[in-house]
Write a protein that binds this ligand. Sequence first.
Ligand code: SF4
Length: 155
Amino acid sequence: MGELRAQFWELPLRDLTRAEWEALCDGCGRCCLHKLEDEDTGEVVDTNIACRLLDTGTAQCSDYRNRKAFVPDCLRLTLRIVEQVTWLPQTCAYRLRAEGQPLQGWHYLLSGDRDAVRRAGVSVVGRVVNEIDAGPMEHHITQWPQPRKDWEREP
Ligand code: SF4
C-alpha cells in the first residue's frame, strides 16, 4: 500500500490517492450483499445474502484481485459510482465522505481497531449466508439496525 497522508479521510474524496481510497473502506462487507429492487416502485431492499466470494467469517473478499473473473458484475467503487448509487449503507465511509460527513467513531481509522466495525453492529461477520446456500432471495430480506453507540463496551 502506498503512502497515506495524515488524516487523509478528512480530505474530499476526489483528492485521495489510490492507496488512500482503498484504505478508506471500513471493511463492513455490506456492499457485497445482494439487494432486491421492487419492479414497480424502484425501492431497493437489503438481504443477508452474500456474494459467493465473500468470506462470511471475516467480511473480506476471498479473491479481491481476481474477483471480476468470477463475478463479472462486481462493481469497483469509484467516485462517480459512489455519487450515483443509492444502495450503499448510510454507514459506508465513501457515502459519508461523499455527503461531506465525518467518519463514525468506530471506523478503524479513528478507533485504531479493525474489530470495532463488528462491535458497532455494522459488519456482516456472522450475520449473512453465502449465495450458494441461500435459496430464494425473498426469504432473506433484512433491515440492518443502526450502529451501536456502546460499541466500545461490546465484547
Ligand atoms: S459498504 Fe462501503 S465501507 Fe462497507 S465494505 Fe463496502 S465500500 Fe467498504
